[in-house]
Design a protein around this ligand. Structure first.
Ligand code: GTP
Ligand code: SF4
Ligand code: MG
Length: 350
């Protein structure tokens, strides 16, 4: 959950950030424009779980570079689940918050006690609907088989974040899971009393897993679970299907949330572009963007392909889907595009 603090310069945003996090997270000074870039701090809040508080540069900043600072603050609105507003705040902030129907806590100086503020936040967010989970629509007690090959680009000795998040949600949702590699998949299924209800696979081995799966098991991928939970699955399935009609000189944008250094076998940098060229021809253009930067000229593209975006809050993914739709640009994600490229998109269960 991301909660940003907004207010005019010198309103006490950084003071509040330090009060909430009980440490000197942000610099405080009587000089307007002290905070220049958003400052992020993670904190566990009783009743809310892990929260990232974001201190922002003040609005109504008339100092040198003020305009650039305000622009960075406005971008934060795309990332958040809620906001704390200090004092009088302009329509430049109020309107986008209202448009997204985000919960807002209004505070004035002098600030209430820290616990009082945290309790108000917890109460405010409890009223708002819970964000969708990865396994919504699956029933408690269902058994899942996770096929998770770890290739050269996997981090040493660890699992990638989408897999970690999925494992955690299995427990939270009262599901059970068996984990295997592609080579050990047959043996894993043999050990089960019944075929798994669902097979969740790494998208890269989609077609191999599909061939091996018991007829009664439904199949999906980690990326598709993330498309369901964070994006808009219907729009993104349609986006993947546009591969069927893209021109040979198509312009495609790959948007990856992570900022890891790409390795030789990188899925976003190497494997998917190679698949796209095989399908559409060598004439296509593939551009890349990373992290929170997202180009203004989305309308210039014929297709936008996002990663699973496990690092992003749902609002960021939703904002990207909305931006693409506004410009009539199809949008999808890695898993869906791989399923389409391998010819099994129509056989996947959503
Ligand atoms: N009198 C009084 N001063 C306060 C209060 N809270 C903060 N201040 C002072 O107000 C000044 C600005 O506080 P900051 O927390 O840096 O304000 P900010 O909104 O982060 O400012 P920018 O980063 O410049 O946008 C500092 O000198 C603080 O000590 C308060 O409740 N009462
Ligand atoms: S943010 Fe994207 S690239 Fe990074 S681990 Fe998550 S899904 Fe993979
Ligand atoms: Mg500040």
């Amino acid at each position: 959950m991301h909660i940003a603090i907004f207010g005019k310069t010198n309103s006490g945003k950084s003071t509040l950030m330090n009060l909430l996090t009980e440490q000197t997270t942000s610099m405080v000074s009587p000089k307007p424009g002290t905070t220049t870039d958003p400052v992020y701090k993670n904190m566990e809040v009783d009743g809310l779980g892990p929260v990232t508080f974001i201190d922002t540069a003040g609005t109504a900043d008339e100092t040198e570079l003020g305009e650039a600072r305000v622009a960075r603050t406005m971008k934060v609105v795309d990332e958040i689940d809620g906001a704390i507003l200090i004092g009088e705040v302009g329509d430049d902030i109020l309107e986008p918050l209202a448009k997204k129907d985000l919960p807002v806590l209004k505070l004035n100086r002098p600030f209430p006690e820290r616990n009082e503020i945290l309790n108000s936040l917890t109460a405010l967010f409890k009223e708002k609907k819970k964000a969708p989970g990865l396994f919504d629509g699956m029933d408690m007690g269902e058994h899942l088989l996770f096929v998770m090959p770890q290739d050269e680009s996997a981090p040493k000795g660890r699992l990638i974040l989408p897999q970690v998040q999925a494992l955690r949600e299995v427990i939270d949702k009262g599901l059970t899971a068996t984990i295997c590699d592609l080579d050990t998949m047959d043996g894993a299924i043999e050990k089960l009393a019944e075929a798994p209800d669902w097979i969740v696979t790494d998208s890269q081995v989609f077609s191999e897993v599909y061939k091996k799966k018991p007829a009664e098991s439904k199949i999906t991928s980690f990326s598709i679970l993330f498309a369901r939970a964070k994006g808009d699955i219907d729009i993104m399935v349609q986006g993947a299907k546009t591969l069927r009609s893209l021109p040979p000189d198509a312009k495609i944008l790959m948007a990856e949330a992570c900022t890891h250094a790409p390795k030789e076998e990188d899925i976003g940098r190497v494997k998917i572009p190679a698949m796209l060229k095989k399908r559409l021809g060598e004439e296509i253009t593939v551009d890349f963007t990373r992290g929170l930067s997202f180009p203004e000229n989305v309308g210039d593209y014929d297709l936008i392909i996002m990663c699973g975006s496990c690092m992003f809050q749902r609002p960021v993914v939703q904002a990207r889907v909305a931006k693409a739709c506004e410009k009539n640009v199809p949008v999808t994600n890695y898993g869906l595009v791989i399923a389409e490229a391998k010819g099994i998109l129509d056989k996947v269960d959503f």
